[in-house]
Structure formats: C-alpha cells, structure tokens
Design a protein around this ligand. Sequence first.
Ligand SMILES: Nc1ncnc2c1ncn2[C@@H]1O[C@H](COP(=O)(O)OP(=O)(O)OP(=O)(O)O)[C@@H](O)[C@H]1O
Length: 296
Amino acid sequence: MTKIIDIQQLSMKYDDSKVIDDINLSIKEDKIYGLLGRNGAGKTTLMKLITAQIFSTNGELKVFGQHPYENQQVLEKICFIKESQKYPDNYRVRDVIEVSASLFENWDHDYAVSLVKEFDLPLKKRMKKLSRGMHSAVGIIIGLASRAPLTIFDEPYLGLDAVARKIFYDQLIEDFGNHPRTIILSTHLIDEVSNLLEHVIVIDRGKIIIDRDAEELRGLAYTVTGLAAQVKSFVKGKEVIQEERMGGTMTATLIGDEKSMGQSTAKQCGLEVSPVSLQQLIVYLTKSGIKGVMSS
Ligand SMILES: Nc1ncnc2c1ncn2[C@@H]1O[C@H](COP(=O)(O)OP(=O)(O)OP(=O)(O)O)[C@@H](O)[C@H]1O
C-alpha cells in the first residue's frame, strides 16, 4: 500500500519544550486513521506539521513523496478542517461552499448541496450568525465534499449535537466506501468513532505510543470478574493494566488477544469475561505510561 505520509525522527519544539519528540510514522493510502491522545499530547501540532503550517525542528517529513513546505502540488491534495475553523464573517454559507469548490480538484458540488440539506443549514445565512454547531457542520461539509486525497479533521465537531455527529459518521463511512481516500480524524470521542477507524495512532507527550490496526487493538484486552481469590490466581504472571476490588469480588483488565487463549481459559475457570472498549483501552494504556510503541 502506498505511503501518503512518511515521517522519520520528527521533532518539534515550542520555545524550549519538545512537543513532538522523535517520532516515526507512516500513513497509508485509502484508510481511515484515528489520531488520539490526551489534551496537549501534540495532535494538532502533528497535523500542522503534516499540512506545512509550522516547521519541524528536526527530522524528515514527506507527504505524497515530497516535502510539503510551500509545495503547491502537495498542498492542493490536502483538506485540513481545524477545530475552530475561521471563515470571513460576511460570507454566507453559500459563499464558503463556492470558494471551497475552487480550492479542491475533486470537489463534488451536488454532494456539498445534499450535505447542506442533511445538516439543515441555511445557505443564505452569514457565517457570523451561525451557531457554534452549525459552524462546525460547514467545516464537515467542506471536508467531506472536498474528497481531498488527504483529508484531516481536527476535532471537527465543537458544538455539534449527537444527531449531527451521527450524520457526519454515516456520511463519512458511506462516502469513503464510494470514494476511498486517506482520512485522519482527531477526536476525544473515541467510542463514537471506534467503528469508523481502521488504524489507531495514539500520541502521548509528543511520542507515538500506539500505532496499530484498529481491529487488532479492539481485541487486545479483556476484563475478568469473579471472586477475588480466583481472579488473583488467574491474573498471576499476566499483563494487568487495571484492577479493582469490591468486597469479595475483583475485576481485572488484561492485555492478551484471542491467540493467547486467556479469555477461554478465564471462562473455563468460571470467571465472567467482558470486552474492553477502545476508549477504555486507550485510557488504561495512556495512564499506565506504556514504554515503546505498540505497533502491528
Ligand atoms: N503556539 C504555541 N506556542 C507554544 N506552545 C504551544 C503552541 N501550540 C501548542 N503548544 C503546546 O504544545 C503542546 C501540544 O499542543 P497540541 O495543540 O498539539 O495538543 P493536542 O494534542 O492537539 O491537544 P488538544 O487535544 O487539547 O487539542 C501543548 O503543551 C501546548 O501547550
């Protein structure tokens, strides 16, 4: 599979503090990536580096095989929708759509218009009069209708209600199916997007700590519950990322995929086995400060 982004030993400092710390990463063609991590982890900084809005202090970054800085050939293939995307106040929704049409080679006008209807946006209303959520919906429409070969959404849904977020997810998955491209979605709503993601990248304090196929990651951990003595005996020698005791009962979350047979053994021992959501797993892994990169 072709690499769309190739990052080697990339670092970036703001003043004296390293916010991107010697990372290696490759992003492949026609996949949906989740870029996840805690506040201040370095997600936006990484996206700004990829889209050539800021310079790295060290390392190599290639996008579509070239350095992205002031490189029109590369930049015209990217659509970056930021968290608080700004538009000229006096523009109407319609004007934003028209200007966007001129920026992206693969722009689909009919699709943009159908999305405006889906999100129930008033085409004639000026941007400054839109609510926060409506503002975000405009960004989402541009990101989807651009059909840019590399589309990056950085927390695109500030103020967007649950219904509108569902429209976004449904549209993303449907349109991606018809027009595959590389999508990077940065979000804190991990469980909501969990089923959309094909690959998960987690950044923590400027370092990539997880770079792994989403399906593999989902099956990587499980929770066992039962009598404390039984759970204690079962988890002995296994990698436990979280445990909790309530009276005589104990719950433990362990790392171990299907192949390790831990889940079937736990069931045979009479323990209750339950899956761990992607969000829970990422919270555990970032809290426990895993060393090195969990990569596939
Ligand atoms: N312009 C700047 N000047 C100095 N420090 C900055 C600047 N922008 C970001 N930082 C710092 O860089 C670090 C990474 O910030 P970044 O915005 O990349 O994090 P993030 O993962 O996107 O966070 P969030 O999820 O809260 O949006 C933070 O410590 C932040 O304070």
